[in-house]
Design a protein around this ligand. Structure first.
Ligand code: G4P
Length: 291
């Protein structure tokens, strides 16, 4: 399978990011907790140089709880502030404010020394498409949502959501372009639904998911579909098709339909909490111990 992100999109996204990042103190970067490295673009580290950094492991409700802890430690080890959140339900969102104050303590201190008091921290949400940026902004800004409008000279054309006396959020999130150099990264993004399904072969995708589940989450397929699984992914998909009565004319099994059911069940968390990559595995792939 081949995954694409068009160079035109990337250039535009990068240009906008470079402009917006000049206006802010803090980058709030959302990653998908099920695939924290595959769903981030490390170019943000260069773009966000000198800014305070907070990584949110979003969709943590869909990811393996133990893996969430490992990823939190991993990113903390890299010097980021980190929180697990579920932007859909709002779980974990309450902790964000305190962590932002902590992440920006140096900046607030610097301001104070220069005699600048009460200048709010300016933040911006960034992440690849579909990672949950809008959902997070809505959930976070739910109560304190006042648009402050344009501020001549400083924020021309930009809308800020004033969240409190001490925090303003740029209302449009920054879109990071996914990095597809490694086909496994593309595969994980496709599984998570970050790539348009129209260009994907869903059956192939389902077979890859079955392979991953067979090695890391053995029981989940048996439990969900009440089937015997096999090391042959096609056989397992056939069993799912039988269990879910996926048939087409002539009583033939409809594997595409079964594949779609499986992928939807994974994306909605109905198979269980699943993480597609772990920090150690990534280091092994890379062989140089760096991300
Ligand atoms: P974006 O701005 O980064 O492109 O992403 P957006 O907020 O549109 O979210 C993409 C999808 O991810 C939405 O689902 C949203 O509900 C879901 N989502 C966001 N955060 C979380 C989370 O923490 N947990 C879970 N489980 N889902 C999350 P959708 O299918 O497009 O819409 P809907 O079914 O919610 O209506």
């Amino acid at each position: 399978m081949n995954f694409q992100w068009y160079p035109g999109h990337m250039t535009k996204a990068k240009r906008m990011m470079q402009e917006d990042i000049k206006l802010i103190d803090l980058v709030i970067e959302l990653v998908d907790a099920r695939l924290p490295l595959s769903s981030r673009n490390p170019d943000i580290d260069t773009l966000g140089k000198g800014k305070a950094r907070l990584i949110l492991l979003n969709k943590s409700d869909l990811a393996d709880e133990k893996a969430n802890i490992l990823w939190t430690e991993y990113f903390k080890g890299k010097g980021f502030y980190v929180l697990e959140v579920n932007s859909k339900s709002g779980a974990g969102i309450k902790k964000v404010n305190a962590v932002i104050q902590e992440a920006c303590r140096e900046k607030i201190e610097r301001d104070r020394k220069r005699g600048i008091l009460n200048r709010p921290v300016r933040a911006m949400v960034v992440g690849i498409p579909n990672v949950g940026k809008s959902t997070f902004i809505n959930s976070y800004a739910k109560k304190a949502c006042t648009k402050t409008g344009n501020k001549p000279g400083v924020t021309k054309g930009k809308q800020w959501i004033k969240l409190s006396k001490t925090l303003e959020l740029l209302d449009t999130p920054g879109i990071l372009w996914p990095k597809f150099e490694d086909q496994n990264v593309g595969l994980r993004l496709a599984l998570a639904g970050s790539i348009n399904d129209d260009i994907l072969n869903i059956t192939e995708l389902a077979l890859e998911l079955i392979k991953i589940l067979n090695s890391d989450y053995e029981d989940l397929l048996q439990t969900r579909y009440n089937i015997e699984t096999s090391i042959d992914s096609m056989e397992t998909l056939t069993e799912i098709a039988k269990a879910r009565l996926c048939v087409v004319k002539g009583n033939k099994l409809d594997l595409d339909k079964a594949a779609k059911i499986l992928i939807d069940d994974f994306r909605n968390g109905k198979l269980g909490r699943i993480t597609l990559e772990l920090p150690e595995a990534e280091n092994k792939d890379d062989n140089e111990g760096k991300i």
